[in-house]
Design a protein. Structure first.
Length: 265
C-alpha cells in the first residue's frame, strides 16, 4: 500500500494522508504485514518529526540526535494512536513528538541535576523575560516585573533565574573570562593544606611537651625544630650520642602514650 501526500487536507505540507492506512493497521493482527504497514506509516511522517526536531536546534543538542529522539516519539505516536476516536493523527503526533524531545532535554541535557519544579520555573522565567524584553528597552526585566507577568513569587523567579545557569557547565580546563595568560579555572581551585595536620599534632603535644624536664625539652627542640643531628646535640650538652638517642626515644614514647590516652578519655 502506497501512502500518498495530501497536503491540502492538513495544515502542513509534510502531513501525508494516512487515515486509511491507520484504519487498516488497527484491523490487522500482529505479524509481518502489520509490521510492514507500521513502518510505512512511520516513514511517511518522518518529515514532520524532522521539522519538529528543527525547532530545538539552538539548545545545545546536535540535529542528528534530535531527529533520532523525534523519530522515537513518532514511533510511540503511531503505536498509541487510535483512529476510531475520530481525531487526526497529526493532532496526536505533534504533542507526542514534542513531548519526547522536551523529555530528552529534561533528562539528559542538564549539566547539574535540577528538580522538575525548578526546570519548569526556569522555562517560565525565560519565556517571561523574552516577552517583557520588548517593553523594557535597554535593560533586562526586573525580578518584580517577571513575578507580576508570571504570577510567581519573587523567590520562585530567582530560583528560575539561577536554574538558567545550570543547563550547561564550563570545563575546568577553560580559561577564565578575559584571560589569555595560559591559566585555567582549575588553577584557581583551592587544595587541602598539608600543614593543617601538623597544626593539629602540635596542639595535641604542646601541653605534654611543656611538662617534660627542661633538658629533655631542649633535646627535642634541637632535634625536631633545630634540625640538629644526635651527635651535634650530644656535643652541645656534653652527653654521649647513645644517651641522647635513648632520651629522644623515651620522651617521644612518653608523649605519644599520653596524647593517645588523652584521645581515648
Amino acid at each position: 500500500m502506497h501512502i500518498r501526500a495530501a497536503a491540502r487536507r492538513h495544515p502542513h505540507d509534510d502531513a501525508p494522508d494516512t487515515a486509511a492506512a491507520f484504519r487498516r493497521l488497527a484491523a490487522l493482527p500482529p505479524g509481518p504485514e502489520r509490521g510492514a504497514l507500521r513502518d510505512e506509516i512511520v516513514e511517511a511522517w518522518l518529515p514532520m518529526a524532522d521539522r519538529l526536531a528543527g525547532r530545538f536546534r539552538s539548545r545545545g543538542e546536535t540535529y542528528d540526535d534530535l531527529r533520532q529522539v523525534a523519530a522515537l516519539g513518532l514511533v510511540k505516536a503511531v503505536d498509541r494512536y487510535e483512529p476510531g476516536l475520530g481525531n487526526a493523527f497529526e493532532s496526536y503526533a505533534v504533542p507526542t513528538v514534542t513531548g519526547e524531545i522536551k523529555r530528552h532535554f529534561r533528562d539528559h541535557m542538564w549539566a547539574l541535576h535540577v528538580p522538575r519544579r525548578i526546570q519548569e520555573l526556569r522555562n517560565r522565567v525565560r519565556y517571561a523575560a523574552q516577552d517583557l524584553s520588548g517593553t523594557t528597552p535597554g535593560r533586562r526585566p526586573t525580578v518584580a516585573e517577571i513575578a507580576e507577568h508570571t504570577d510567581l513569587s519573587e523567590d520562585d523567579v530567582r530560583a528560575g533565574q539561577e536554574a538558567l545557569e545550570s543547563f550547561s557547565a564550563l570545563s575546568l580546563d577553560a580559561a577564565p573570562p578575559g584571560g589569555d595568560d595560559g591559566y585555567s579555572l582549575v588553577d584557581a581551585l583551592g587544595a587541602p593544606d598539608p600543614a593543617l595536620d601538623t597544626v593539629v599534632d602540635r596542639e595535641a603535644v604542646k601541653e605534654r611537651l611543656a611538662a617534660l624536664p627542661e633538658r629533655e625539652r631542649a633535646i627535642l627542640y634541637m632535634r625536631f625544630f633545630g634540625d640538629m643531628t644526635q651527635s651535634s646535640i650530644a656535643e652541645e650538652l656534653g652527653l654521649s650520642q647513645m644517651h641522647v638517642s635513648r632520651l629522644i626515644s623515651r620522651c617521644c614514647g612518653r608523649v605519644r602514650e599520653q596524647v593517645m590516652r588523652d584521645g581515648e578519655a
